[in-house]
Design a protein around this ligand. Structure first.
Ligand SMILES: [Zn+2]
Ligand SMILES: [Zn+2]
Length: 388
């Protein structure tokens, strides 16, 4: 079964919504126009319930099937936020907001879930309830967590939850998924090292904080090479090295290091945090200085649940003929918080040969809309089939 005919009919209209969203990108929780537009459309489609202000600017729509005997409730989630990037696509529907851009395709995700909501409201060929979830602040603001903390799952009795992201480099409209750990936990650290500053020509009177910090940067590379099991994944990147003096003849008193840690399991995450603290403490002590480590836990590992992954894969095969095994992604995804609360699965839909996400020349591929919308609709109709 290829894409649903209704989405071929609606393709132009959904594309127009997508391009309108693209022209009006909004960052983090500031998705005021987008949220209002989503809520207005959901009401227009005849959703049974539309609620705004869930997780600050999140929007929820409820669509009841023709029957409800199954008692099933499925959540479908899209993200709405853009990025602080200056757009360089040159397309006629480019961002009208300087310094903001839909560079991750969340305009496409929102438009596709709206398209699916319209179809599901029109047809209602399912036995159960669909909850469409539009979240703000996926890009670093943990908007998904904010919605969960607002009792998203409990308030609407959601039993399973599904998510989708476009993927540059995959054929347009093709799908890929993997079971278990899929996107990385994304943590950050700040390390403040203190030595004893002084004249650069009299090192014997100082505790050189730059030498100490340099040793630490190198030692942190042994977390991946010496502490981690070679078959597991961990990235430790120091991304900033700031000294308290910019002078050429002063040994700085303090150095500030910061960076990110990406892991694919809770055990590896704990190991990385513990080793960073041990190395910082041990190395600075050995040199006669001290370190203060702040380790900030961000998004957890996003892990797909086995049964829902198999189901999502079957649906993708029905829509587009096949479904590939997706690679591990060391980026983060705050759908992780929803998958911690309920079983579910997250799938990738191909965006074709475009610039990568978060690049100023990236653009969502509108040709992927029928496949993406069809996948959403099929998830509902196959997971909650009408009797007879
Ligand atoms: Zn992104
Ligand atoms: Zn994204």
């Amino acid at each position: 079964m290829p894409v649903k005919n209704r989405f071929a009919e609606l393709h132009d209209e959904i594309t127009a919504w997508r391009r309108d969203l693209h022209q009006h990108p909004e960052i983090l929780f500031e998705t005021h126009r987008t949220s209002a537009l989503v809520a207005e459309k959901l009401k227009e489609f005849g959703c049974d319930e539309v609620v705004t202000g869930v997780g600050r600017t999140g929007v929820v729509g409820v669509i009841k099937g023709r029957a409800s005997a199954s008692g099933k409730v499925i959540g479908l989630r899209a993200d709405m936020d853009a990025l602080p990037i200056h757009e360089a696509t040159g397309v006629e529907y480019a961002s009208k907001t300087d310094g903001a851009m839909h560079a991750c395709g969340h305009d496409g995700h929102t438009a596709m879930l709206l398209g699916a909501a319209r179809y599901l409201s029109e047809t209602r060929n399912f036995d159960g309830t669909v909850v469409v979830i539009f979240q703000p602040a996926e890009e670093g603001g943990a908007g998904g967590k904010e919605m969960c903390d607002d009792d998203l799952m409990g308030r609407w009795g959601i039993q399973e939850v599904y998510g989708m992201h476009n993927w540059p480099g995959r054929p347009v409209g093709s799908f890929a998924i993997r079971e278990g750990a899929f996107f990385a936990a994304t943590d950050q650290f700040d390390i403040h090292l203190t030595g004893r500053g002084g004249h650069a020509a009299k090192p014997q009177e100082t505790v050189d904080t730059t030498v100490m910090a340099s040793q630490l940067v190198l030692a942190m590379q042994t977390i991946a090479s010496r502490n981690a099991d070679p078959v597991d994944q961990v990235v430790v990147s120091v991304t900033a090295f700031e000294t308290s003096s910019k002078a050429f003849n002063v040994i700085p008193h303090r150095v500030h290091l910061r960076g990110t840690v990406r892991t694919m399991s809770a055990e590896m995450r704990d190991l990385a945090e513990r080793r960073i603290k041990e190395l910082a403490g041990g190395i600075t002590t050995a040199f006669g200085g001290s370190a203060e480590v702040q380790y900030h836990r961000g998004y957890p590992v996003m892990a797909n649940h086995p049964e829902q992954t198999d189901f999502a894969r079957d649906v993708a095969r029905a829509v587009s003929g096949n479904c590939d095994e997706a690679p591990l992604v060391m980026g983060g995804e705050d759908f992780a918080f929803m998958l911690e609360e309920r079983p579910g699965a997250y799938i990738l839909v191909g965006n074709g040969d475009t610039a990568s996400v978060h690049h100023p020349e990236y653009d969502f591929a509108d040709e992927a809309i029928p496949a993406g919308c069809s996948w959403w609709a099929e998830v509902v109709e196959r997971r909650m089939p009408l009797a007879g």
